[in-house]
Write a protein that binds this ligand. Sequence first.
Ligand code: NAP
Length: 249
Amino acid sequence: MKVLEGRSALVTGGSRGIGAAIATELARRGADVVVNYSASAQAADDVVRSIEEFGGRAWPLQADISEPESCTRLVETTVAQLGSLDILVNNAGITRDGLLVRMSDDDWRSVIDTNLGGAFAMTRAAAKVMMKARSGSIINIASVIGLVGNAGQANYAAAKAGLIGFTKSVARELAPRSVRVNAIAPGFIETEMTATLSEPVRSAALGQIAMKEFGTPEDVAAAVAFFASDEARYITGQVLAVDGGMTFV
Ligand code: NAP
């Protein structure tokens, strides 16, 4: 029997990049997976189709997680479709990079609303279901930028550092109901988000990585699958860096 057989999972931003790899890995380990997306309907359909090709079960579901009402609806629809919600992965995220003095209110707000507000509204809705069931695993995709900061990413760093504090607080609140909450802090992972980085930025990043290579979405997905499983039953409130040795002290 596969380790996540009989579990239902919801992955925000599951249509591309890291989220697509997470949805695929959870399905490969037996979970029924809702693949959430905001705009990329075709990409979400492609992820679902590739999961079905290896015998997994997945459904695409549109919702803009920067809107709290959409998050509530997304969780309700998932529970109606799958019968329960055992695993929530708050993965959807955006960047709007720029130096602080030139950063617009809109670039600040959209990153905070999506990367932090989305995780808050999703977790609040999912927690009600999981607390009632007295079981569940919530995994927040933060970033090493939330640990160490980055020039030109004050909005993104604030959101990801906030997500780490949020993870630890909610882990304390939900632990008595056997709901675990952990975070993963990926380093530089090859996706569309990092594809636009200039060559000097890429080589500067490589210089900081002990393993001297960027990670893959599958590297992050493997860590998510571990946190989602019963193998991690005694682990909550943790932040795991998946960064090739970029930030360890
Ligand atoms: P990506 O390739 O740009 O994909 C982002 C995903 O999020 C897409 O599926 C996108 O779906 C979805 N999304 C964006 N805004 C959304 C919204 N409002 N509602 C619902 N879905 C939304 O990004 P990625 O590199 O895979 O990053 C995934 C997560 O890992 C993010 O939280 C990111 O901050 C984090 N991370 C990435 C790296 C890296 O090196 N790549 C490093 C550290 C952390 P649509 O296309 O449908 O909008």
